[in-house]
Design a protein around this ligand. Structure first.
Ligand code: HEM
Length: 597
């Protein structure tokens, strides 16, 4: 074939002459605009890639996949082992002590463990939520490519999970080299799958092995990635990001159920607390997130403080308290003793019936999915009680997760039952890590409950790994799909809800008005329960004073209409929607005052 570097008729250049004066180099530079030359260079690069692919393991076995899970389980148990509290604790008098009697040491340990598990799932999600098939301005369409912007505040907390001496990174180093050559992107998905398998309820384990795919190639840069991630401020962020990823409202709603796991941290996002109802529950991947959305009388939090992002909480005990810090008398360090406040983000609420928009709007699909995933036992009272069946949620999650984690890739490979040793050359490419795969990482036991993503920089480096292992491209030659104009919201068949929606609009907040069962008078809406002029003042309402209402569903926007059920004494520190109401030391029966006053 004619030599692309030759000027005269494609004759091969005289190597001796060229090499002496370094003419070959210069000639190449001169000819870079030549299409023929470009093609030749592309071929050379492509050949190099092929070479790498041949060196890559063509196979990832189920054993290896589950070995990752086992490593993560062992790491979590070692890092966050429950510890015995053998000595007295001195509670810091400057901090309020909350429900001290209810807090166990296991809770303190669970905080760290849930954050470790939650952080792993969040890491995978932050990698895939930057996918945009129509925008390759950052170098690619992004998506699950092992690349996130570590410096950006949107990813705050994650560098404490993925750093040179972080447990998760150490586990990865085992699988980054021979014979696995797993990319970071593949590993983050496998690790998140492992977490969901470990933390889902016994007897209902969510095993995503059958939909797991490997072969993604890592990107080393992804400029602008963090700007593509959703912010927590409003429902429209869900609309900005998820349809772009080819996901439906049902998919988005299912993915957000991952918030049943882990926590928000004032240090990182500014949103502090857990979505679940207890530290122990925040360690479980299940449908509680949807139950919580439906069953609580959510009220806005941090409206008056610009330095803290606004979100939602409810009137449960500990939800508005400071942390209580106990110092171990034996010098073992501080222990956070409070139950974390329960919270929801504005974006979480976009999935809730409480913010259903116009009847027939796309968002209604999300509202209905929330009800379906929560699986209330009664079709009329969707605020509970709920079944123990996680299947509707898990089924939808598996579909959405597969789409989200494979977006933009084709020809990814599935796990094999077993891998046959490959006869192909075994020498690994120089770019690949060479760590001995049989050397399992070890995690020193610790008594501190605060390790993990929330730990201080003294325990974990605050920056991502300086020399991130780079994987060879996979043998299956996966490719990025071409930009497509995928349909934005895929309609899904939904069961119909029995309650009638009559949205009330109030600025950005559109509420689904509560209905109240009024003894002997049928259902009444919040407007009726409020004062005559429509100002909603809860217990000050003339009608509320009769205290003969049963609240059917929570108000979330700006209509704090929560009445005390007839003859119900406020004995428990619970919210109105659970049938009881907060006491908080005040007179029984002042639920509305306590919640909304
Ligand atoms: C609208 C989209 C989303 C928003 C606005 C959002 C926002 C947040 C925020 C503010 C936090 C707290 C972070 C911190 O302070 O440490 C968080 C944590 C978390 N997110 Fe999301 N998220 C979204 C989607 C997702 C998705 C799709 C997943 C997974 C499928 C996910 C999984 C998690 C998990 C597991 C945590 C707990 C992390 C931990 O315990 O460290 N999120 N998210």
């Amino acid at each position: 074939a004619p030599c692309p570097f030759a000027r005269n008729g494609g004759e091969p250049p005289n190597d001796e002459v060229h090499s002496k004066g370094n003419l070959r180099g210069r000639r190449r530079l001169v000819d870079l605009n030549n299409a023929q030359v470009k093609t030749a260079l592309d071929n050379i690069i492509e050949n190099r890639r092929d070479q790498h692919r041949r060196l890559q393991t063509a196979c990832l076995s189920e054993d290896a996949y589950y070995a990752i899970e086992e490593d993560i389980r062992v790491a979590s148990e070692t890092l966050f082992a429950d510890f015995e509290l053998t000595t007295e604790v001195d509670v810091d008098p400057s901090r309020r002590v909350v429900e001290l009697a209810n807090v166990t040491i296991a809770d303190a340990s669970n905080i760290g463990k849930a954050h470790f598990f939650g952080g792993i799932v969040r890491l995978a999600a932050h990698d895939f939520m930057d996918y945009d098939p129509n925008d390759a301005s950052g170098g690619s369409q992004m998506g699950q490519d092992g690349c996130i912007d570590w410096e950006h505040p949107a990813n705050a907390g994650l560098p404490g999970l993925w750093c040179d001496d972080c447990a998760l990174t150490e586990i990865y180093n085992v699988y980054a080299g021979e014979p696995y050559f797993l990319s970071r992107a593949d590993f983050w998905v496998a690790a998140a799958n492992a977490v969901m398998h470990i933390t889902s309820p016994e007897g209902e384990k969510l095993d995503l092995a059958s939909t797991f795919r490997f072969g993604r190639v890592d990107a080393e840069t992804c400029e602008g990635s963090a700007l593509r991630l959703p912010e927590s401020g409003s429902c429209s962020e869900v609309e900005r990001v998820f349809p772009r990823m080819g996901l439906s409202w049902t998919d988005a709603t299912a993915l957000l159920g991952a918030h049943s796991l882990g926590r928000g941290d004032a240090k990182f996002s500014g949103h502090h607390g857990i979505w679940a109802n207890s530290e122990a529950e925040s360690l479980v991947f299940d449908k509680r997130y949807y139950e919580e959305i439906l069953r609580r009388a959510w009220i806005p939090r941090n409206l008056d403080d610009d330095s803290i992002p606004q979100d939602w909480t409810w009137g449960g005990a500990g939800n508005d308290e400071d942390d209580a810090i106990a110092t171990r008398a034996d010098g073992g360090g501080d222990i956070v003793l409070n139950l974390s406040p329960r919270f929801m983000l504005n974006t979480d609420f976009s999935q809730s019936p409480c913010q259903t928009y116009e009847a027939g709007s796309e968002r209604d699909e999300a509202a209905q999915a929330v009800v379906r995933f929560a699986d209330p036992r009664s079709a009329v009272d969707i605020t509970g009680p709920f079944s123990n069946n996680n299947q509707p949620f898990f089924d939808a999650f598996a579909v959405a997760w597969e789409k989200a984690t494979t977006n933009g890739w084709t020809n990814l490979s599935t796990l094999s039952e077993a891998c046959v040793p490959d006869a192909s050359p075994s020498q690994s490419p120089s770019a690949n890590p060479t760590k001995n795969p049989s050397a399992k990482p070890s995690f020193p036991p610790t008594n501190e409950p605060s390790l993990g993503p929330s730990s201080s920089p003294t325990n974990h480096s605050s920056s991502p790994p300086s020399a991130k292992p780079v994987s060879a491209p996979p043998s299956t030659n996966p490719q990025r799909t071409n930009p497509t104009n995928e349909p934005t919201n895929v309609p899904t068949a939904e069961p119909s809800r029995t309650l009638t929606l009559a949205p009330v609009s109030s600025g950005d907040c559109k509420d689904w008005p509560s209905t109240f069962a009024v003894d002997g008078k049928g259902d009444k809406d919040c407007q009726w329960v409020g004062t005559q002029d429509g100002t909603f003042v809860g217990p000050d309402s003339k009608k509320c004073k009769k205290a003969e209402f049963h609240q059917k569903c929570p108000e979330t926007c700006n209509m704090p209409c929560g009445c005390v059920p007839k003859n119900e004494a406020c004995s428990a520190n619970e919210d109105c929607c659970s049938g009881n109401c907060r006491d908080g030391g005040k007179k029984a029966g002042t639920c509305g005052n306590e919640l909304f006053g």
